[in-house]
Write a protein that binds this ligand. Sequence first.
Ligand code: PEP
Ligand code: MG
Length: 551
Amino acid sequence: MHGLGVSPGLVCAPWLAFGTPVATSAEDPVGESVTAELARVRDALATVSGDLEARAAQVDGVASEILLVSASMARDPGIVSAAEENLRAGMPTAHAVSVAFAGYCAKLEALGGYLAERVADLRDLGNRAVAVLLGVPMPGIPDPGHPFVLVARDLSPADTAMLGGSDVVGLLTAEGGPTSHTAILAKSLGLPAIVNCAELDRLVEGRPVVLDGTTGEIVVDPSDLRQAEVAEQITEARARVEGSRGPGRTRDGAPVGLLVNIGTVDDAARAATADSEGVGLFRTEFLYLGRQIAPTLDEQISTYTSVLEQFAGRKVVVRTLDSGSDKPLPFLDLGAEENPALGVRGLRVGTVYPDVLATQLEALGAAAAATGADLWVMAPMVATAEEAEGFAVLARARGIAKVGAMIEIPSAALRARDLLEHLDFVSIGTNDLSQYTCAVDRMAGSLAPLLDPWQPAVLDLIGLVGAAGTEAGAPVGVCGEAASDPALAPVLVGLGVTSLSMVAPSLGAVRARLAATDLGLCREMAAAARAARSPQAGRSAVAALASGALR
Ligand code: PEP
Ligand code: MG
């Protein structure tokens, strides 16, 4: 079977389904006394909350925070009183809890915004409490005590947050796309993952499957011989990854910068220990999200300084605030927009709120001066050479030495040569470039094949940017999710890309793949992928060229 490979790697293990919640009914038997049943409800909620806290302790960062928030929601006294009311009205116990959670969900949904986003988490809590009360398996990720491939329709952010401390060794979903949170989290955990696989009904639970997160290929019920072959391939791949160290290079020694993507100061501390040449994308949104007023100049100087210090001696590419569209900020009122993905977002926000951009550039210039760091600064969502020029003037006036732009809009890719007249470098954001090239919402899982960075049209645009960079003698990076696909890495290099930036766990596989491929072969692969009529045909053509090199 085939799906969309979104997190590379090979795995063979039995598969288990994500636990589906049990429906309750008003016709179920009613419990003993209201007092006794209410005590059972309290115990069930405490069990759910305790379980989430225990899982939070096994993971860190955002995943841990998500779980702790859910754990505290399970202790909300309002839920207990709503359940009590339902019990007094004569409802069966599990149904009383289910109805209490449904009422809360409806209230949050009506409030809209951030609170409405919590509904999925709350519903999950209700399902868990019901499972405890009925004594049936917990919905969510199974806990069989052995490694397994998790199969699901799709996963919510809360589900994916649970993956860290689990026995899941691979992920297979029916929905989702290459920039979905399933894909991003799987990659950050180094789990092979395939999304958008329409044929999951053909699987029989508990039987082994082979997942190839690089090609998107799934082998159902592999023979013993096939399983042994896969085990050998996994060992070989691991040895190749563990054996490759240091700066990125093709087999014949052409340098390809291997960099990390970070989004917070904590990320920086973790990623600083990875074997990378620095940071290729520091998303600065975290400084602004969830705030009522903009962060001050001093606060920003101190944050940037601490990130730059973590990477002393290595390059750090910082992206200025990319708000608007899917990342709205309360203190940057952009008015109502019919179509925010095509509205005031990225660098455009700086034209409405010039002070916000000026303060950020000021802080970055000051942090670079204080640390002597190799700071590069780029703007998101640049559409024209004029915009690039305007940004470069602002940044250079604050003492920033290396100024660039992200290439995320087809117009910028088509005219990359014009942009580079004003810039020192560019970095291609394949997540947005794919969305705008094929006119598909990057979160639309059902349209995921159109978001595939192997789309020949996207590769054509990357090729144009690569050629413009070569002509101008300017570095061309890729910092979207596409940079972490080891099969695509030589193709990108063949298109003229000079550095790749990704989450730290992906570095090894990309480095190993480049080390096995001559620059000439990278160019052949690039030509083959562009000549293909579909992403799948491109993958096959490149795999055929690679198999010779890897043997
Ligand atoms: C991109 O669009 O590829 C990118 C790196 O930026 P973001 O995912 O933050 O929009
Ligand atoms: Mg983007």
